[in-house]
Design a protein around this ligand. Structure first.
Ligand code: ADP
Ligand code: MG
Length: 356
């Protein structure tokens, strides 16, 4: 196991800078998830940690040692890719033992380690098959097995579940997390899927356009997103945003939004007359009688079974509520929506930064 430090990392492809100074300190044994939209630089950063991509500026340290010039094979790292990258002409056993054979390990040791990894991943029955004889999920397990037998200091994962169907993805997600709990190996996991990030990470690093937007434990990001980007990226259905102006109202405050007046508890750094975006998560809205709360008109109603998404409009602004009971409004109904006041997020319109 090892700590990993990413210090002021920049990456240029020709004149184009795609990472603009990334700093992250990863503790020994931590499971870190790099998440962000496609093209934000996740794979580039991961490949630099692996040694597969040249570092334009900055340092990467593993266990306190700068590894910028260390070859990938000497970094004691194992990487699992979306494409599995198995050798097609080798059996599962040969695929899994490849790195050990390269290292010149003795036969008994190799057999033992492959058997142990196959046992952990429940693929003992597949050892003599070729990759083409496996399902996507089985191939992904073999790719993981190949990483595990190396007993690396650090695991790197680049969207390893993206090619699997939804159900298998959820299953493998849990298995990877269980595996990490058992092995305790420092892991850096890249995904564009915020739910994968939320469920798997000790800490999440949110990236956008080659910059870090926020770093923190999943629920910290969920409860107190540092800016509007993180607020909108984490959580599904996404947080509702209501643009308006901050106004004092008696002893308290409101956000005035196209005629609607939304009460607000604490405005933090917000100032009177400031252009703001009020954020409220769909699950923090309650449906109340028309005339109470904020007036809304119901558009589409989507039951998912456990809960129902109700898409409404407040003064032309789309607002989604998630309801957990079966007393549901119908399309066209006029209802009231009451936000939980202590769950309201307030952002500066110009900078997007959190105010409260
Ligand atoms: P992500 O993994 O977050 O989707 P990438 O790290 O693959 O993003 O890419 C980050 C940015 O760098 C993108 O704009 C991509 O087009 C660009 N990029 C990636 N690889 C190369 C390359 N070999 N040459 C030029 N540009 C690249
Ligand atoms: Mg990528």
């Amino acid at each position: 196991m090892a700590s990993v430090e990413i210090v002021e990392i920049r990456k240029n492809y020709g004149p184009l800078e795609v990472l603009h100074g990334i700093n992250v300190s990863i503790a020994n044994g931590e499971f870190i998830v790099l998440v962000g939209p496609s093209g934000c630089g996740k794979s580039t950063l991961l490949r630099m940690i692996a040694g597969l991509e040249e570092i334009t500026f900055g340092d990467i340290l593993i266990d306190g040692q700068v590894v910028n010039e260390v070859l990938p094979k000497d970094r004691d790292i194992a990487m699992v890719f979306q494409s599995y990258a198995l050798y097609p002409h080798m059996t599962v056993r040969k695929n899994m033992s490849f790195s050990l054979r390269m290292r010149g390990a003795v036969r008994e040791r190799i057999d033992q380690d492959v058997a142990a990894a196959a046992n952990v991943l429940d693929i003992e029955g597949l050892l003599e098959r070729f990759p083409r004889q496996l399902s996507g999920g089985q191939r992904q397990r073999v790719a993981m097995g190949r990483a595990i037998v190396r007993k690396p200091k650090v695991f790197l994962f680049d969207e390893p579940l993206s090619n699997l169907d939804a159900k298998l993805r959820v299953l493998m997600r849990t298995e990877i997390k269980a595996l990490h709990q058992r092995l305790g190996t420092t892991s850096i996991y890249v995904t564009h899927d915020q739910l994968e990030a939320m469920t798997m990470a000790d800490r999440i690093v949110v990236l956008q356009d080659g910059r870090i937007e926020q770093v923190g434990p999943p629920l910290d990001l969920y409860d107190r997103p540092a800016n509007q980007f993180v607020a909108g990226f984490i959580g599904s259905p996404a947080m509702n945003f209501v643009p308006g102006t901050l106004r004092p109202d008696g002893g308290s405050w409101i956000v005035e939004a196209r005629g609607a007046r939304l009460k607000i508890d604490s405005v933090g750094k917000g100032r009177q007359g400031q252009a703001v975006v009020l954020g409220i998560r769909p699950e923090h809205l309650e449906v109340v009688a028309p005339g109470e709360g904020i007036a809304a008109e119901v558009g589409v109603v989507e039951p998912t079974g456990a809960s129902t998404f109700v898409f409404t409009q407040i003064a032309d602004i789309p607002v989604c509520a998630v309801l957990n009971d079966r007393r549901l409004p119908r399309p066209g109904d006029r209802i009231g929506l009451a936000p939980q006041l202590d769950r309201i997020h307030l952002f500066d319109t110009e900078t997007g930064l959190r105010l409260n």
